[in-house]
Design a protein around this ligand. Structure first.
Ligand code: C2E
Ligand code: CA
Ligand code: CA
Ligand code: CA
Length: 271
């Protein structure tokens, strides 16, 4: 580790040095993860409140040769900083569309998009060619975007989203209520669905504030005629609360965990 001196923050520790080197090597390894076949897509069911599974959210995993399973919470930020998220995001989109096109049942599939993917590529063109190439019906595909996307040049983003929607693809507002989601986003951008963030759902029973926020989001979204999906549903009690309040769709460990698609063979109609 370095000696302390002028320009070196007092809070700098050998511990941080190690973390920094760790992140650098992980970033290097991530660059070759696609070609090495280390990226894996898991699928988590999404259901109507009454129980019928309508589709899945695609959630990326990194099967690292020595580190084991690395969570997207760790490597997505690294991929965004280094812009590796552009090729990785393209790989995910292609992989997921190819997979969903092979299902006997025409279930929906939702893919997360990073803000960085909007800055870079011709996103509508990419989506259009992947749909053509894989043969997936556009109405089976949904894209989940967070407010991070909308905070950029809003006119440009709105027009990209309109182009994507013109293909027949749906757009969901992800993690609603967390971060700085502004109510005006709901008016300025053409969403088809609102996803309530897991942090509010987890505390529904024991935190009156969370319950109030969930109720308010449901009222607001329904006022705008937008269906709502609650994420992170882990218990029967949470599901019952959401049903009582008129939530439309749910997702969470109580319904099903993110797993390799083979584990859901029966659901997609392969059995
Ligand atoms: P997210 O989009 O909010 O996804 C939901 C997260 O909640 C997932 O974490 C999921 O595994 C977890 N989850 C679902 N149900 C439950 C539950 O009942 N209880 C608990 N405790 N957790 C639940 P995961 O898979 O670790 O992904 C974390 C984040 O990484 C995602 O949050 C998303 O922002 C990002 N991410 C994942 N895959 C991709 C991807 O392909 N592209 C991009 N850009 N981001 C991705
Ligand atoms: Ca999501
Ligand atoms: Ca979330
Ligand atoms: Ca709870």
């Amino acid at each position: 580790a370095k000696k302390e001196g002028p320009g070196v923050s007092r809070s700098y520790t050998p511990e941080m040095d190690k973390k920094l080197r760790e992140r650098r090597s992980m970033r290097r390894e991530l660059a070759s993860a696609i070609e090495r076949g280390e990226l894996v897509v898991f699928y988590q069911p999404q259901a109507e409140i009454a129980g019928k599974i309508t589709g899945f959210e695609a959630l990326l995993r990194w099967r690292h040769p020595t580190r084991g399973w690395v969570s997207p919470g760790t490597f997505i930020p690294l991929a965004e900083e280094s812009r590796l998220i552009v090729p990785i995001g393209e790989w995910v989109l292609r992989e997921v569309c190819r997979e969903a096109a092979s299902w006997p049942l025409p279930l929906g599939v939702a893919v997360n998009l990073s803000p960085v993917q909007f800055q870079h590529s011709d996103l509508p063109g990419l989506i259009r060619s992947i749909l053509l190439e894989t043969g997936l019906a556009s109405n089976q595909l949904e894209l989940e975007i967070t407010e991070g996307v909308l905070m950029d040049d809003s006119g440009r983003i709105a027009s990209i989203l309109r182009e994507v929607k013109a293909l027949g693809v749906r757009i969901a507002m992800d993690d609603f209520g967390s971060g700085y989601s502004s109510l005006s986003y709901l008016q300025s951008f053409p969403f088809d669905k609102i996803k309530i963030d897991r942090t509010f759902v987890t505390k529904i029973e024991d935190n009156p504030q969370s319950a109030a926020i969930v109720r308010a989001v449901l009222g607001l979204a329904h006022g705008l005629r937008l269906p709502v999906l609650a994420e992170g549903v882990e218990t029967e009690e949470e599901l019952a609360f959401l049903a009582r309040e008129g939530c439309d769709h749910v997702q969470g460990y109580y319904i099903g965990r993110p797993l390799p698609i083979a584990e859901y063979a029966g659901v997609v109609g392969r059995i």
